[in-house]
Write a protein that binds this ligand. Sequence first.
Ligand code: TXA
Ligand code: MG
Length: 353
Amino acid sequence: MNNTTHIWKINIQQSGWQQQLEAAALALQQGEQVAFPTETVYGLGADATSSSAVQGIFTAKGRPSDNPLIVHISNKQQLDGLVERYDGLAEQLMERFWPGPLTIVLPVKEGVLSPYVTAGLATVGIRMPNHPLALELINQANCPIAAPSANRSGRPSPTLAEHVYEDLADQIAGIVDGGATGVGLESTVVEIASQSTIRVLRPGGVTEDDLRQCCPQATILTETELQSKEAPRSPGMKYTHYAPKGQLVVVKGEDANVTAYIVEQLEQYQASERCAVLAFAEHIDDYHYAEHVISMGSMHNLEEAAASLYAALRNFDERGITRIWSEASGYDGIGAALMNRLHKAAGHDIVHV
Ligand code: TXA
Ligand code: MG
């Protein structure tokens, strides 16, 4: 446990930024925990080969020990030392999406990684993040980096260094502050279920359409199909995530019905509770009656909603909101990941109107 958390604010537009990462890389080599930006969300990194370093992640986050961590690499050569042989489908995915927001679950090589990384599973999730600071930090640390999202367990994932600081100040050695992350939702996690089947364990930045385009020969099983038929294969799927402190309800239906329902709820609760609405920009004016409204951006640009969702959920907490109603998007593109996180944040409290 650390007393003070160092902040390395780094601007990659300025020359010499690589040198500014040396202290952070050294801390990782010494078995400390360091948060860093990726293109999805901030990660909390530690040397994946060291059990004490990895245990430090679980302690800082308050994370259940049966929830395995993703291992981050900066080049393809690192992979061979970490996993058993992988097939053509995995190769195809790596070629197309790495570096990028895709985590691939592969059979782990015995005895290389700390067993705490995999939580005792025979597989490990690997990803090569598409962020210059993350890639350079992993390069300099010169070891595979285990990194879950850098939030306290159960809080929304951090999309700004400030979010990491809110959750983990004084618990970790430092934070590499590279500004806002890009996608704003965590990577897509996939498992190669057979030579011709890709199972999506968690929807994310790489969409189902992206996967289909990359591997037209493969069958793609999605998370919603999985949920109905099988027990969770990805341990993280069974935990409630991203919950804001207030009670969040997702409202689905025709636009006019959704607005009418939310306004009716506001009329019922606003006198006695702090109420808020999470809505698309096109509908913001319909909620002028609400005291707290946060826009997710245009309903025709769900990337914007994905990038702003977690900050919005944190913002509701800061405002002491006790009840939140959220509009819903469709499931196309990044919409699948957006709705997945929103459903989880709401504890699957969904109203159809
Ligand atoms: O975008 C991301 O993936 C971010 C950034 C920091 O890279 N990381 C992230 O890590 O979201 P985390 O720990 O918050 O989520 C990892 C997810 C969990 O749901 C976990 O259960 C699943 O990946 N996972 C990890 N290893 C697995 C394995 N061997 N088999 C199945 N699921 C696995
Ligand atoms: Mg997480």
